[in-house]
Structures are given as C-alpha cells and as structure tokens.
Write a protein that binds this ligand. Structure first.
Ligand SMILES: Cc1cc2nc3c(=O)[nH]c(=O)nc-3n(C[C@H](O)[C@H](O)[C@H](O)COP(=O)(O)O)c2cc1C
Length: 215
C-alpha cells in the first residue's frame, strides 16, 4: 500500500453547533428550507448538487450527482435524459434516494421516496430557459449511450446547430424533468468526537414522526 492509498490517518473534527429535537421544524420541508438557506448564504459552491441513488429492478444500485432545480411540498426536481442509465432504472423501479452534502456546514440531508416523470410542459418550460449551448448538447447526446469518439459527438452537435440555425432549439422528447416525493428524510449534523446529531422524519397519515438516531 502506498502512502496515497493508505488514508487511515486522514480525519478531521466535525465541529458545529448542536442540532436538538427542540430546534427541528415539525415539517421536514421547512427544516430543509432553513438548512438550504444556510448553505446558500454561506456561498457553498454547488449547494444544489445532490447525489441521486437509483437501483435496477433486481436491486443493483448506482449513484451520480445531479442538480436540484426546484423543491417544494411535492418534492425535489432535476432534469435528465429519459434514455440515461438513471432514468431507465427509475422507469423500471420508481424509487430513489437523494443526498445533499454541505461540507462547510458539516451537514448532510438524505431524502428517500418514489420518483416520477414530470409533465413534458414543465420540462419544456425549463429547457427554454437554458443556455443555448446546453440545449444543443442535450439535443446531440443520448445520455449514457456508448460512443466511439468525442469527434463524433462534436460532429453531431455541429449538425444540430446547422439544422436549427437562428431558430429555437427543439427540446428532445427524451429530455425530462423528474420528481422525488419524500417519504423519509434524515438531517445529519457533524459534531465533535464523532457524536453526531441525526434526526429522521418518516411520513405518517397527516404528519411526520421524528426520531433521533445514533451517530
Ligand atoms: C456537479 C454535477 C452536476 C450534474 N448535474 C446533472 C444534472 O442536473 N442532470 C444530469 O442528467 N446529469 C448531471 N450530471 C452528470 C451526472 O452525474 C451523470 O454523469 C449523468 O447524468 C449520467 O448518469 P447515468 O448514466 O447514471 O444516468 C452532473 C454531474 C455533476 C458532477
């Protein structure tokens, strides 16, 4: 094992103010809004980045980062190609888990629930606001499909640009919005000596049960 491979001595203290049961909002969305606001106010780069876990029907998991584009009482939304690996997995097994990690605040939030595709009109509305380059890239790429070279990708992008000219870039029918509807949340606040504070919210008929978890 080289020094770089051996990371057993790499550690740091997670020092942060305590997270107490009395500090928590009854509604996890409100709790999230407060923490997300803190992350934005702190100027954390990619505060909207969330690690999205999906799994095949036979439970083989995979994760990747996507950007949260909005959240509200319905859930968390991101945009992606419906032909991608993640989307295929969601279509076969419509559940997922999201993780926000805000390192500078020693906080993570985990959210788990059912995932569904948003109406195309909503995807269209957001697609229309994207920079033109991103629109062309979306139109030229079949996300997660194999390709022989980058040159081929560049050629495809140029062909789309040529065919569109000065006009609006058509949204590929597969470019879609996705919504994860929270059933379970966990708020994690890193604390000194690894005695972290963790609280889990689980959806009940009318409200949420809240429990402290061991670190
Ligand atoms: C910071 C960051 C943001 C990303 N945002 C998105 C996104 O919003 N939508 C998306 O489809 N891919 C996004 N990606 C790329 C994905 O991580 C991933 O490579 C891609 O979606 C293909 O994943 P899949 O093959 O598992 O479907 C992002 C990657 C990073 C590092």
């Amino acid at each position: 094992m080289t020094d770089l491979q051996d990371q057993r001595a790499t550690r740091r203290e997670y020092t942060a103010p305590s997270l107490r049961r009395v500090d928590l909002a009854d509604d996890p969305l409100e709790q999230f809004a407060g923490w997300f606001g803190d992350a934005v106010e702190r100027g954390i780069i990619d505060a909207t980045a969330m690690t999205l876990a999906t799994a095949t029907r036979d439970a083989v998991p995979s994760v990747r980062v996507v950007l949260m584009k909005h959240y509200d009482e319905e859930g968390f939304c991101w945009y992606s190609d419906a032909r991608s690996q993640k989307s295929s997995e969601i279509l076969g097994n419509p559940v997922g888990s999201l993780l926000f990690y805000w390192r500078e605040l020693s906080r993570q939030v985990r959210v788990t629930g059912q995932v569904e595709r948003l109406p195309d009109a909503q995807a269209q509305e957001y697609f229309d606001t994207r920079p033109r380059d991103s629109q062309f890239a979306a139109a030229a790429s079949i996300q997660s499909a194999q390709i022989d070279s980058r040159d081929e990708l560049v050629r495809r992008m140029a062909a789309v640009e040529a065919s569109v000219g000065e006009g609006a870039v058509p949204r590929p029918g597969s470019w879609a919005g996705w919504l994860l509807k929270p059933q379970r949340w966990e708020f994690w606040q890193g604390r000194e000596g690894r005695l972290h504070d963790r609280f889990r919210y689980v959806r009940r008929a009318k409200d949420w049960s809240i429990a402290r978890l061991q670190p």
